[in-house]
Unconditional design. Structure first.
Length: 291
């Protein structure tokens, strides 16, 4: 953040004024000089972008799961977000994320890559934080990835072969005695599906540079990428996720976060999370730098 501060040049004439007063002392015809009125310094001026925050991230995931659904293995990704205060408690957060699979253990040449563009609004009401976010997803190798140039999805399940989607989500977050809780709802315009999730985490500060963060989440879907034409499942609980991350404060602005997690498939996922199995343990690391 850069602030431009203009300082007043008030000063200095006091000695000269005292000499002038001495010169006219003892005369009755000249009025005593008046002390100058001090000029207040101008208010500090803050530039338009001085309060904008920037976060750059890059990371690696041994398995890529999103809302309980497996997508690919050995993904590298990068992303960027801006934090733009619009009002006292209202913040705009646009951003971008790109992820791509380096190697996935599937016969043939498996490819998966995805670009997400998003914009969110958050409002801190004091008793809770409210969020509204729009995301556009582009699946360059189809939603299920591709093998030797053909989709890895089910030909008779259109949801598994799309190349793009958009959703709008609403979240409410609140902390209770150090436990962070978030509940959210998302509507997918591409497939007219709905997704609900409740998530929890409890940061435990170990020392000045290390924090341990156990976390858990559970999701429920309504016509939400369950591939009902194949599985016969339209609605249901789709997964439970547990994780332990360890943010390490490298510098004032840089944080390195390794993690280990487990994805446990429920009714709406256990028939389609077959590559790595119904239940899977995986891990990764990310580096975040904020300005």
């Amino acid at each position: 953040m850069t602030k431009l501060t203009f300082r007043s040049l008030a000063a200095g004439a006091a000695g000269s004024l005292m000499l002038a007063a001495s010169a006219v002392a003892g005369t009755t015809s000249a009025a005593a000089p008046k002390a100058p009125v001090p000029v207040p310094p101008p208010a500090e001026t803050v530039g338009l972008f001085d309060s904008v925050g920037v976060t750059l991230e890059a990371g690696y995931d041994s398995e890529y799961y999103f809302r309980g659904l497996w997508f690919s293995s050995n993904n590298v990704w990068t992303g960027a977000t801006l934090s733009i205060p619009l009002a006292d408690k209202l913040t705009l957060t646009p951003g971008v994320l790109y992820t791509s699979s380096v190697d996935t253990d599937i016969p043939g040449s498996f490819e998966y890559s995805e670009l997400d563009l998003f914009a969110g609004l958050s409002y801190d009401a004091g008793f809770a934080k409210f969020g509204l976010a729009y995301t556009y997803y582009s699946f360059f190798d189809t939603f299920s990835g591709s093998v030797d140039g053909a989709t890895f999805g089910f030909p008779n399940a259109p949801d598994s072969t799309i190349t793009g989607a958009q959703d709008l989500g609403f979240t409410v977050a609140k902390s209770f005695f150090g436990l962070n809780t978030t509940v959210g709802y998302w509507y997918d315009f591409k497939i007219n599906g709905q997704y609900f999730e409740a998530a929890f985490d409890y940061p435990v500060k170990v020392n000045s540079w290390l924090t341990l963060v156990p976390a858990a989440a559970i999701g429920y879907g309504i016509d939400y990428y369950s591939y009902a034409e194949v599985t016969g499942v339209n609605d249901g609980w789709n997964h439970v996720r547990v994780a332990l991350s360890a943010p390490i404060q490298l510098t004032k602005s840089a944080v390195l976060t390794p993690y280990i997690a487990g994805n446990f498939s429920l009714d709406a996922r256990d028939q389609i999370n077959t590559v790595k199995g119904k239940n899977d343990v995986y891990g990764g690391v990310k580096l975040s730098v904020s300005f």
